[in-house]
Design a protein around this ligand. Structure first.
Ligand code: AMP
Ligand code: GLY
Length: 420
């Protein structure tokens, strides 16, 4: 079959790498792709935010199956347009993608589904929001309702920080995404992510992961999109994972179906776990980046079969072939990230690295100029390895990192420390 993947990050490189290994895949196009993806697929320029442009392109290339990587095209209705045109697609409708695109919508669904989550209130009025925060006190969590590129959450340990966040968000710092804010009870515990496929009715968990959001070692420094991840996440034990499905995920999927907006695609659920009890932190309607990289290196070619079964509403008939393995990914980012950074530095040493089922360097922000690979993004490489244990996987990944010659980049040296 002919397959189109939308996106250009490390997540999409990992998806392309896994899909390409499956004999069902004849032709693979990634739009827009990047320098690393060009090694496993054709890359094509395409405005992936335009539902019409994506449908036209898919029809002109005789695409049988489209996998949508990032959240923005989902919120823009690209999956809806593809399905209306009769093209099989992996990714939720815009209505179902509200589970990520609106935090207050997610809270409403949790209430209806009786799913454990942080207590909350939501506001559009600055003075009312401030009065509520003063009454609740710190620590407290302030969230812009809409998509804010991962920057719309402030976990305020002090009251003043919370009030400043309200000034920012309701003052327009995030545009329409911040016109409404959700104010949440601060939850203590350990966080982990769970990735679950849903065909609208049946759910199929495909792995747990934990990421490292802070830029520097010891979980210090500014928040980023993620500086590394590992899978499985030991804190999501079988018991707790089963509880999360029963109390949170399945009731969410049932509620979405009941409302006539069934959720089809991958649901990325973030939980806070304390005393054996998971509570929902947030949903995302896509794979995490870099969590996808560790999931794909563990699942390999079967990832395509699972995504197809999800899109064809046959999840009840399939299962995951689990290996008793561990995976880790180390993100290499441009010096300065997540603030301003220089573009165009040369990355050397990549061609000598192993590329096999246990070692893969996924590209995020790279560009090829002839045989030279340059850095053009904040997060640039996702150095990923698999092993029989987490420490074996970590040693493999860091061995690759040390063979990459890129003085203009940095990485954390402690990915996986919590689990090791
Ligand atoms: P989100 O974008 O909703 O995942 O929030 C980003 C991060 O903020 C999460 O990964 C948590 O670390 C933290 N966070 C969000 N909501 C809460 C909460 N209610 N209590 C404590 N931490 C939270
Ligand atoms: N790594 C966090 C995310 O993809 O949202």
């Amino acid at each position: 079959m002919n397959i189109l993947i939308l996106g250009s990050g490390g997540r999409e490189h990992a998806l392309a790498w896994a899909v390409k290994q499956n004999p069902k895949c004849d032709r693979l196009i990634v739009a827009p792709g990047n320098a690393g993806i060009a090694g496993v697929a054709e890359c094509a320029a395409l405005n992936i935010m335009s539902p019409d442009a994506v449908v036209d392109f898919a029809q002109s290339q005789s695409i049988d199956f489209v996998i949508i990587g990032p959240e923005d095209p989902l919120a823009a209705g690209v999956a809806d347009a593809l399905r209306s045109a009769g093209i099989l697609c992996f990714g939720p409708s815009a209505a179902a993608a509200r589970l990520e695109a609106s935090k207050s919508f997610t809270k409403e669904i949790c209430d209806a589904a009786n799913a454990p989550t942080a207590g909350y209130a939501h506001f559009t009025d600055l003075e009312a929001a401030k009065a509520y925060v003063k009454e609740q006190g710190a620590p407290i969590v302030i969230k812009a309702d809409g998509l804010a590129a991962g920057k719309g959450v402030v976990v305020a340990m002090e009251l003043q920080e919370a009030l400043d966040a309200l000034d920012d968000m309701l003052g327009g710092a995030f545009g329409a995404a911040g016109a409404e804010v959700v104010i949440e009870e601060f939850m203590e515990g350990e966080e982990a992510s769970y990735f679950i496929l849903s065909d609208g009715k049946t759910v199929l968990p495909i792995g747990t992961a934990q990421d490292h959001k802070r830029a520097y070692d010891g979980d210090k420094g500014p928040n980023t999109g993620g500086m590394g991840a590992y899978s499985p996440a030991p804190v999501l034990s079988d018991d707790i994972a089963a509880k999360a499905i029963k109390e949170i995920v399945q009731p969410t999927i049932d509620e979405m179906a009941k409302r006539g907006t069934p959720y089809q695609g991958v649901l990325y659920a973030g939980f806070m776990i304390k005393d054996g009890q998971p509570r929902l932190v947030e949903y995302n309607c896509r794979f995490g980046d870099p969590e996808c990289q560790v999931l794909m290196i563990r699942l390999g070619a079967q990832a395509l079969d699972l995504m197809l079964a999800c899109a064809e509403e046959r999840l009840a008939d399939v299962s995951v072939n689990w290996a008793d393995d561990h995976a880790i990914t180390i993100v290499m980012a441009s010096n300065g990230y997540p603030a301003a950074y220089e573009k165009g530095s040369v990355i050397r040493g990549l061609e000598a690295l192993p590329e096999d089922s246990a070692n893969m360097v996924f590209h995020a922000g790279t560009k090829a100029e002839g045989a030279t690979i340059t850095a053009v993004g904040g997060r640039v490489l996702s150095v990923t390895a698999r092993g029989a244990s987490l420490s074996e996987a970590r040693d493999r990944a860091y061995a690759m990192v040390s063979d990459i010659d890129w003085p203009e980049g940095f990485n954390r040296s402690d990915i996986g420390w919590r689990a090791l």
